[in-house]
Design a protein around this ligand. Sequence first.
Ligand code: SAM
Length: 232
Amino acid sequence: MNPLKLSERLATVASFIEKGSVLADIGSDHAYLPCHLVKTGAIERAVAGEVAKGPYESAVANVAKEGLSNAITVRLANGLAALRTEDTVETITIAGMGGTLIAGILEEGKARLEGVKRIIAQPNIHAIAIRSWCMDNGWTLVDERILKEDDKIYEILVLERGKGTFSELELLVGPFLLAEKSPVFIEKWTRELEEWKRVLHAIENAGHSEEALNKKAQLQAKIEMVGKVLSN
Ligand code: SAM
C-alpha cells in the first residue's frame, strides 16, 4: 500500500472531507482512506470500523505498519456501532458497498449520528436507497459526483442535515448528477436502459403472472423516465 496514493474513487470521497475533521470510515477494509488522510495531514484522527475479521486484521496491521496507531482507532464492529460518543466524529465515510447496505447501516445506527455533520457515501449500486433514506431522515444531499475508473462507474453522495425533497427521477439518478448530465452519467444510464429493455423483453416472453406484470410496469416506467432524460 502507498498511503499517499488513492484510487480516483477514494480520492474523490476524500475530497469531500473537511480539513481537520474527525472521521469514521465504516467498512474500512485495509484502512486505506484514514491512513491516507492522516499521512497527508488532512485529518488528525479517525476511527476505522470493520465488521469482518479478516479485513479488520488487515486494517489493524496497516495502521500499525504506517505508525498511525495513536491517530487511528480500528474497531471490529457492525456499522455505526464502531462510533463512541467520546470519539466526537464529525464526518462519516461509507464506501465500496451496495446502496441498500449503506442505507441499512445508516438506518440501524441513526441514534449514533448525533454530532455528525457530513456523511459521504459511495454506493457501488442502488444509490437510490441512500437518497430515499436521506429524504426520510432529516438529511439532504449537498453534492454528488459520478466517475468512471477501470471501466466501473461510481456515484458519490454527500449528505448533510436538512430537508431534502426529491422527485422520483431525482431519487433514481441524483439531483446534482441530473443537472450536470456528464458523459459518464449518460453512459451509466444508457447502459441501465439497455439492461432494462433486455429484461423487459425476457419478461414479455415469460407469461402473465401478477409478479411479471408488476415488474413489467415498473420497468416500462423507468425506461420512459430515463429515456426522456437521455433524449433531451
Ligand atoms: N471502504 C473500502 C473501499 O471503499 O475501498 C472497502 C470496501 S470493501 C468492498 C467493503 C467492506 O465493508 C468490507 O471489508 C466489508 O467487510 C465491510 N462491511 C460490510 N458491511 C459492513 C458493516 N455492516 N459494518 C462494517 N463494515 C462492513
